[in-house]
Design a protein around this ligand. Structure first.
Ligand code: ADE
Length: 418
C-alpha cells in the first residue's frame, strides 16, 4: 500500500488520540455501525482531501466500515497530525499522503497521488481535489460519480465552477447543512481559533483589542468567544447586514483602516484575498499579532508585510517576528494559514461529529442517487440534516417536546386569525 507520511513509529500515539476523538463522536459511531452491516460504499474508491486529524481518522473508520476503498491526502500543508497519518496507515491500512509542514510542491504531489487511484467519489475540504480534476482532461476521471465538499471556501469555488457550466459531476455541499455550519463554523472555529492563538503566543486575551475580520458563522463564533475571554472585540465587515448584526450583538464595527491603529490581535475569517494589506501594516501598533482562520493563506498580504520589514525571525513555534523599517514588531502566526489547525488541533470532536456524519451520509446518498443528480452543487437533503440533529441531541442526553395534534394542525392551517 502506497503512502507518504512523516514517521510510521508515531502510529501508537496516533491511535490513542484517535480513540479520544472517537469517544466524542457518537453520531458518526452509530453511522459506522450501520455502515458495517449494510456496506453502502462497497466497491467505491474514495479519494479524500481533508485535514488529517483525529476526527478525520474517525470518519475514515466509518467510511471503511461502509466498504469504501480509501485514499487520503492533506487539504492544507500545515494541518496534518503526523501521528494520526501514521496510525491510519498502520492500523487502518489506508493510503495516506500527508506530512505536516510539507512544501507546496509536495502538497500537490500528494493530491496527485490521491487522484492516481482513479476514484469513483471525491471528498474535499476547500475544493483542491475537484480543482485538480477539472484542470485535467475529462477522460482521466470519467468514472467519478460524485463528491462532497466540507467548507465555505470550497462551496464558493464549486458554485463558480457550476455557474460556468463546467462542473463535471454532482457535489453535495456538506458545509451548507445546518448541522454543519451552525456548529462547526461557529462553535468549532470560535473555540479552536482562540486555542490556536493562545497556544502560539500564550498572550492574555482579556483586555486586548481583538479584531475579527468577517462576520460570517466563523467570525461570529470567534467574536463571541473572544468577548467571553474579556477582549474588546472589533468587527470588520463589507456586508451591511452583517455589519448591523455585529453592532447589535454588541461589538464595535469599523473599517479596517481604523481598526488597524488600535488592534492588539487581528484574525481574518472572510474567505477573501488581501484583507490585511500594506497600508494596514503601516498603521499597526508595535507588538500587533496577525493571524488567519480562513481556509487559504490569502487573507493576509504576507509579501507586503515582508516588503516593509527589515528583518524576520521565528521567535516561537508558529510565530514569525517581523521588524518594520520604522522599528515596530509585527507578529505573523502560522504563516497566515488557518491558525486553529496550524497551532492547535482544529475543531473539537463534538462538532466534527455532526460535520462528518454529514460527510458519511452524503457519500451514501451520492452512491444511491447519482444517476438522478445533475452536474451541480446540492444541499444535504433536509431529512439527513434533521436526523443528524436528532441523534446529536439524543447523544447529549437532551430531550425536547413534540407538537400536540392541535399544534401541528394549527401550523398547517390558514383559517384561524385574531
Ligand atoms: N476542520 C476544522 N477542524 C477540523 C478537525 N478537527 N478535523 C478535520 N477537519 C477540521
Amino acid at each position: 500500500m502506497k503512502h507518504d507520511i512523516k514517521d510510521i513509529k508515531l502510529a501508537k500515539k496516533g491511535a490513542l488520540r484517535i480513540e479520544w476523538a472517537r469517544n466524542n463522536m457518537p453520531v458518526l459511531g452509530l453511522i459506522g455501525q450501520r455502515f458495517a452491516k449494510e456496506k453502502p460504499l462497497k466497491g467505491m474508491k474514495l479519494a479524500a482531501c481533508l485535514h488529517v486529524t483525529t476526527e478525520t481518522a474517525v470518519l475514515m473508520e466509518a467510511l471503511k466500515s461502509g466498504g469504501a476503498d480509501l485514499t487520503l491526502c492533506a487539504s492544507n500543508p500545515l494541518s496534518t497530525q503526523d501521528d494520526v497519518a501514521a496510525s491510519l496507515v498502520e492500523h487502518l491500512g489506508i493510503s495516506v499522503f500527508s506530512i505536516k509542514g510539507e512544501d507546496t510542491k509536495t502538497y500537490y504531489e500528494h493530491l496527485k497521488a490521491a487522484l492516481a487511484v482513479k476514484p469513483d467519489l471525491t471528498m474535499d475540504d476547500g475544493a483542491d481535489l475537484v480543482s485538480a480534476i477539472h484542470q485535467k482532461s475529462h477522460a482521466d476521471h470519467a468514472n467519478i460519480i460524485g463528491g462532497t465538499e466540507e467548507t465555505t471556501t470550497g462551496v464558493i469555488r464549486l458554485r463558480a465552477l457550476a455557474s460556468q457550466g463546467k462542473l463535471r459531476y454532482p457535489i453535495i455541499a456538506v458545509n451548507d447543512a445546518s448541522t454543519k455550519h451552525l456548529f462547526d463554523n461557529r462553535y468549532g472555529t470560535g473555540q479552536s481559533t482562540i486555542d490556536g492563538v493562545i497556544r502560539a503566543t500564550n498572550k492574555l486575551i482579556a483586555g486586548s483589542n481583538f479584531v475579527v475580520a468577517g462576520y460570517g458563522w466563523c467570525g461570529k463564533g470567534l467574536a463571541m468567544r473572544a468577548k467571553g475571554m474579556g477582549a474588546k472585540v472589533i468587527v470588520i465587515e463589507v456586508n451591511p447586514l452583517r455589519g448591523i448584526e455585529a453592532a447589535m450583538d454588541g461589538f464595535e464595527v469599523m473599517p479596517i483602516k481604523d481598526a488597524a491603529k488600535i488592534g492588539d490581535i487581528f484574525v481574518t475569517a472572510t474567505g477573501d484575498i488581501h484583507v490585511i494589506r500594506k497600508e494596514h501594516f503601516e498603521l499597526m501598533k508595535d507588538g500587533a499579532i496577525v493571524a488567519n482562520t480562513g481556509h487559504f493563506n490569502v487573507e493576509i498580504d504576507i509579501q507586503a508585510l515582508g516588503s516593509i520589514s527589515k528583518t524576520k525571525k521565528t521567535i516561537r513555534d508558529f510565530v514569525e517576528e517581523y521588524i518594520t523599517r520604522d522599528g515596530r514588531k509585527i507578529y505573523l502566526l502560522g504563516e497566515g494559514r488557518l491558525i486553529n489547525l496550524a497551532a492547535a488541533e482544529g475543531h473539537p470532536a463534538q462538532v466534527m461529529d455532526m460535520s462528518f456524519a454529514n460527510q458519511a451520509l452524503a457519500s451514501e446518498y451520492i452512491v444511491k442517487h447519482h444517476k438522478k443528480l445533475k452536474k451541480d452543487v446540492f444541499k444535504v437533503p433536509e431529512d439527513i440534516d434533521q436526523n443528524i440533529a436528532a441523534l446529536k441531541l439524543k447523544s447529549m442526553g437532551i430531550k425536547i417536546d413534540v407538537l400536540t395534534k392541535e399544534q401541528a394542525k394549527y401550523l398547517s392551517s390558514w383559517e384561524m386569525g385574531t
